[in-house]
Write a protein that binds this ligand. Structure first.
Ligand SMILES: O=C(O)CCC(=O)C(=O)O
Length: 276
């Protein structure tokens, strides 16, 4: 399996995006790079195996998504985007599952940049998510104990993230990645959904085109482009899904897409939610 050897060092300004001659559309398993050790921040009660959840149980093959519109206010989102615009950026990395210890940039699989925002911004965002974490845990019938450092991500035109899961059932990954239970995504600006060709984009400030977050059930063996469920990209919206849910971000065609992504972890020594 291919993995480019470019290092993921922070660099000022927007990272250059070279054409990648090896770019392939074939989905390959990836595991997101983990940037920091987990933080113990919240503890949720252990749910019973059949805990009722607000979302109810989904029919087999259907993806379940926890949503919280206006999780952040418009003002908070605008403030975070301004901070991200000022922050140095690094290429967003992925770790290939056959070499999980190597940090690599794989531009065939992902083009995005991470904004290296100040520590206090990271902490205060994480604190906000920790408040809602018990609800997410109970929605999915999971126990959550820790989190990985949130990532402040921008997708510029042409950027995308190929179909992947944040936890693979059949791949051994080191602690704490093996304890990933839920992925949380918070949108910091609106997606203009109606027009994918960019023709309506002129004059639409702070919006992006393309850049759809699309999800498929964790029960599938592979991402199903025809059956994928699209998440409405709305400023302030929080969505959470099981870490083993198949998901992708389609290519952004106009504007800059701003999101914050945070992975929530089960307690140490807990069984994986897929029972593996
Ligand atoms: O920004 C998003 O909507 C999700 C990005 C993603 O797929 C990930 O970081 O795993």
């Amino acid at each position: 399996m291919r993995g480019a050897s470019t290092r993921t060092e922070p660099e000022p300004g927007v990272a250059a995006r070279d054409a990648d001659p090896d770019r392939s559309s074939t989905p390959r398993p990836v595991v997101k790079r983990q940037h920091a050790s987990p933080r113990a921040q919240f503890v949720t009660p252990t749910p019973s195996a059949h805990a009722a959840s607000p979302g109810g149980s989904a029919p087999a093959g259907e993806v379940r998504v926890f949503t919280r519109p206006a999780f952040l206010t418009a003002l908070e989102c605008d403030g975070l985007r301004a901070i991200m615009d000022r922050a140095p950026r690094a290429h967003g990395g992925v770790r290939e599952t056959d070499d999980p210890d190597a940090d690599t940039i794989d531009r065939a699989g992902r083009r995005a940049s991470e904004c290296l925002v100040p520590e206090e911004v990271v902490r205060s965002f994480a604190d906000r998510v920790c408040v809602i974490a018990p609800e997410i845990a109970s929605f999915f019938g999971d126990e959550l104990a820790e989190y990985e450092t949130p990532h402040f991500i921008v997708y510029e035109p042409g950027d995308f993230y190929r179909p992947h899961r944040d936890l693979y059932r059949d791949v051994d990954v080191p602690e704490p990645m093996s304890r990933r239970r839920s992925a949380v995504v918070v949108f910091l600006n609106d997606r203009q959904g109606s027009c994918e060709d960019g023709t309506e984009a002129t004059g639409v400030a702070d919006r992006f085109l393309g850049g759809a977050l699309r999800l498929c059930s964790h029960e599938l063996d592979d991402f199903d482009p025809d059956g994928a469920r699209e998440v409405p990209g709305e400023r302030g919206l929080l969505v959470a899904f099981r870490a083993d849910t198949w998901h992708e971000v389609t290519a952004v065609s106009h504007g800059t897409r701003y999101t914050v992504v945070m992975l929530l972890l089960g307690p140490k020594n807990s069984a994986r939610s897929d029972g593996a």
